[in-house]
Design a protein around this ligand. Structure first.
Ligand SMILES: [Mg+2]
Length: 190
């Protein structure tokens, strides 16, 4: 499917959109992150093209004590500043039970740490809970768009991202391919 036909593109965050400014493996503080090459050109214009966007990220570092929930919320607010992607979900525990959400500026709620994203479906990737919640959110916000799943792409850098896309039955692209414009759509479960 040509990239222009997608109505919703969901991104992993770390090493897909941003990398630590420190040069290390993990973001050390909320503003310690910079865009990866290509994000400025490929991602920031998507809303202007009418494509819905969101972030779905594993952040078990919250449960592990590497960062507080409040620091993680600030980290995703800063990622919004960098990327223009205003809806973020991140799973804060290893069990995939707890998901924090940062809503678009137009929503009344700014952020919340909630329970499971969707029913009994777990949210830590490779489980698909966050992807399914985001699809349902945009379908509810824009009912005129109809069903979005078939028109959704997930972009990530890890095998757990690819597996989450398969579990959610959406298309997948590797971040390096998407950002470079090579093979923008990788696999499709059929
Ligand atoms: Mg990643």
């Amino acid at each position: 499917m040509p990239e222009k036909d997608f109505k919703l593109i969901i991104f992993d965050k770390d090493w897909t959109l941003t990398k630590p400014a420190s040069g290390g493996k993990f973001v050390q503080n909320p503003k310690g992150q910079v865009l990866l090459p290509g994000v400025q050109e490929k991602v920031k214009l998507l809303p202007l093209k009418g494509v819905h966007t969101a972030i779905a990220s594993n952040q078990a570092g919250v449960e592990a004590g590497h960062k507080t929930l409040q620091e993680a919320i600030h980290e995703f607010r800063y990622a919004y500043h960098l990327t223009g992607i205003h809806l973020s979900l991140f799973c804060i525990d290893m069990d995939g039970e707890a998901v924090a959400r940062i809503y678009p500026p137009s929503c009344e709620a700014e952020a919340e740490a909630a329970g499971r994203a969707v029913g009994d479906i777990k949210s830590r990737k490779p489980d698909p809970g966050m992807l399914l919640w985001i699809i349902a959110f945009y379908e509810a916000c824009f009912p005129q768009s109809g069903s979005l799943k078939e028109w959704t792409l997930f972009v990530g850098d890890m095998e757990s991202d690819r597996q989450a896309a398969i579990a959610a039955e959406v298309q997948f692209a590797w971040a390096k391919d998407y950002l470079s414009g090579r093979n923008p759509v990788g696999i499709r479960k059929s």
